[in-house]
Structures are given as C-alpha cells and as structure tokens.
Design a protein around this ligand. Structure first.
Ligand code: ADP
Ligand code: MG
Length: 395
C-alpha cells in the first residue's frame, strides 16, 4: 500500500473525477465526497444475537463529484456501471425501481426528505475502488457518500449516527436488504487508526485504537460465493433466537461465558443449537478481548483470538467453506501473521489476517500461488489499515 495520506490520495484522484464529470456534460463540480468500504475484524454472526462487532473502514473508496440543479432533477453516472445515466426527480413519492444502483441514492434522498430536509436536484458522477458485491460494503459506502454530499451541498448538519440509520433504512426500503447497522455505521463513524466497536443491543459505539505503523490488515478475497440452498442464514438466526427463548434470555449476549458449559446442558437445546450458542457466546467474549489486547499491542493474543474465531465459525457455526479454510490455515502458519479468519457472512467472500506490514509482499505472493494451485482461482489480496469514514467538501 502506498504511504500517501487519504487527502493526498484524493488530490490524485480528484482530477480523474473532475474529468469524468466534465465528460458527462455536467460542467464543474461543486462538491466532492468519498466513503470507504469496510471489513469486520471480529464479531461474526453475533449482531442479531445482541453482540458486538468490530469493523474497520478500509483503504478502498467510493468517490463522487456533484453539482446542484435548479429543476429538481437528479442525474447519475457511475464509472463502474454499464447502465446509462440514471434519472429521477426529487419528490416525496420516490420508490425503488428494478435493480438499478440509483435505488441506493433514491433511498437516501427519500430519507432526507422525510427528515424535512429540502433536497435539491443534482448531477453526480461516481468512481469507486470498493469491489462491487464483494462483501466490503460498496452499497453502504454509496449511501453514505451521497448522504454526506447532499448535506454539504445545502449546508445542513446531521449527526453521523442519525445519517447511518437513515442510510440503513435506505438499504432496507430501497434495496430490500434487511441489514443491521454495522455497514452504514462503519463507513460513516470510523476514524483513522481506529476500529469501531458497535454494540448491536442499542447501537452505541466506541472507537478502539489500532494504529501501530508496523501492523496492518490483509484482506484476502477467495473470489468464491457458495449459494445456500437451505437458507443457511435465516436457519441459524432462527435457531439462535429459539435457543435464547429456551434459555430464558432476550438475547444470547446475556449468557455468562463462565457458565457456558452448564448452560449448554439446558434441556430442550438441540445439538445444533448447542453449537450455535457456543459460537455466539465465545465470539462475543473474543470480540471484547480483541479490543483490549489490540490497545495493548498484544498481537500474539489478538491473532489467537482471530484463529479461534475462524475455528468456531468453521466447526460450531459451520459457515465457512473449503476455500476460506484453506486460506486461513495457510495464512495462520506464515511468518508475520498473528492470526487469520474468515470475515463476513461466510460460504465464500473474504478472509482477514492481522499481519506485520513488512511481510505483506511475501505473504501475498505465497497465498496467491498456493490458492491458484489448489483451486485454479486468482484470489484478490490487499493490505489496509483502519481509515476514516465518509466525508464531503465544497470544491
Ligand atoms: P456490497 O455492499 O457487499 O459491495 P451489495 O450487493 O450490498 O454488495 O451492493 C452492491 C450494489 O451496490 C451494486 O449491485 C450496485 O447496485 C451498488 N454499487 C456499489 N458500488 C457501485 C458503483 N461504484 N457504481 C454503481 N453502483 C454501485
Ligand atoms: Mg452491501
């Protein structure tokens, strides 16, 4: 990864964005904005169990240039989409249409209007380095950057957490994805050199330091996605909720990890529920401990926790796959890797490793070679450190 700061990098990319804006016939941009993708460091499959998640914003960005229109029309172009220009008019009756990426922007406009904010028409061009549909939350980044930019264009302030919830609602209502708050919170609230500890019980959050210049996060995209025929996600969520009911708690967050073995003997729990409960309860404990040991720069212990998280997701929660298991096992053995785990919902997608930055090049080459030899697939690997969240500024 280059050593350029975010702002330098923006300067390099701004001229490209301006050129795209002019080529589109939009004239000169009035506002620029960017929002990062995100990765979850630890705390997997516990958001719907009252747990904690620990995402970081990554060094991959959705960048946008925008200017105001006086006729209430919105015209959108994306360098990453083959769609022709997306067009709609700002109105209280906005509704999603088909699978267009413009739905994410519409959803944000609709949310702002609902807050009583007078959104003008605008032209905008998108250029992004966040892989689309790669589990790094390009959709939340898109929502966040438009939210920030529209507010900046009209000089209206909104609290970041309120904007995150507005973007989450856009994703629910305009993209049909019933997600938790993690993605939108991460891409808006993250700070440079920090992880975001988001408590899914009440959406409260804290920032946890991870700013050692010698250590970074390696994201290894397996480039596979195994569709689940049995509705794996919903089945697990329902089983966790049923287990909580049997245990007499609102969420599995309330189970004391010190009493786990005893709790697992509760009559009525199936063998499957016992495995799920064990994952959830131990993962919540691991997430809390990871925050603590990272702040102490105890990478050995942080790595052990990541490895244990992977094993738990593989053996107890059973959401890994051969490709992710291969990557995790291989990475965990290498010099300079404190730990490695799958990240995201599972059954494909990416793994994340906590790495010493001087080992990144060797490690990347090795994983690429071995993964290609094993599966005939080219993985996509990049290093990042925690970045700041979405922002917008006048040109
Ligand atoms: P993820 O958020 O993991 O990347 P999603 O399926 O939630 O995957 O969101 C991907 C969708 O977001 C795309 O199908 C597209 O509609 C929209 N999107 C993301 N980035 C862009 C972009 N640069 N240009 C146009 N649409 C984008
Ligand atoms: Mg998404």
């Amino acid at each position: 990864m280059s050593e350029t700061t975010i702002l330098d990098e923006h300067e390099e990319t701004l001229s490209e964005l301006k050129a795209l804006f002019t080529e589109a016939g939009f004239g000169a941009p009035e506002v620029f904005g960017c929002a990062p993708g995100r990765v979850n460091v630890i705390g997997e499959h516990i958001d719907y169990n009252g747990g904690l998640v620990l995402p970081a914003a990554i060094d991959r960005w959705v960048r946008v240039a925008m200017s105001r229109r006086s006729d209430g029309k919105v015209r959108l172009i994306s360098a990453q989409s083959t769609d022709a220009m997306v067009e709609f008019s700002v109105s209280v009756d906005l509704a999603p249409e088909g699978k267009s990426w413009g739905n994410y922007v519409k959803g944000v406009v609709a949310g702002l209007l609902k807050e009583g904010i007078e959104v003008p028409g605008f032209d905008a061009v998108v250029n992004s380095t966040v892989p689309v549909g790669g589990g790094l939350s390009s959709s939340a980044a898109l929502e966040a950057v438009f939210g920030k930019m529209i507010l900046t264009l009209i000089g209206v302030e909104m609290e970041d957490i309120a904007l995150a919830k507005l973007c989450q609602k856009a994703e629910h209502d305009f993209a049909g994805v019933p997600c938790g708050l993690m993605d939108q919170a991460a891409v808006i609230l993250c700070e440079e050199g920090k992880l975001l500890m988001l408590d899914c019980v009440d959406d409260s959050f804290q920032h946890a330091s991870f700013d050692d210049p010698d250590w970074g996060l390696l994201i290894i995209n397996s480039c596979v996605s195994h569709e689940l025929s049995d509705g794996g996600y919903a089945a697990r969520r329902d089983a966790c909720h049923e287990a909580a009911r049997i245990l007499g708690v609102d969420t599995l967050r309330e189970v004391d990890p010190a009493k786990l073995e005893e709790v697992l003997q509760t009559p009525g729990l199936t063998e499957e529920m016992r495995r799920y409960v064990r994952h959830v309860v131990t993962e919540i404990a691991r997430t809390l401990e990871t925050v603590k040991v990272l702040s102490e720069r105890d990478y050995k212990r942080a790595g052990e926790l990541l490895n244990a998280s992977h094993a738990s997701l593989r053996d107890d929660y059973r959401v890994s796959c051969v490709e992710l298991d291969f990557i995790a096992a291989l990475a965990q053995k290498q010099e300079g890797v404190a730990g490695c785990r799958m990240t995201g919902g599972g059954f494909g997608g990416s793994a994340i490793a906590l790495v010493r930055r001087d080992c990144v090049d060797t490690l990347t080459a090795l994983i690429e070679e071995r993964y290609r030899a094993e599966f005939g697939i080219e993985p996509k690997i990049f290093e990042t450190r925690p970045m700041g969240g979405a922002r917008a500024w006048m040109a």
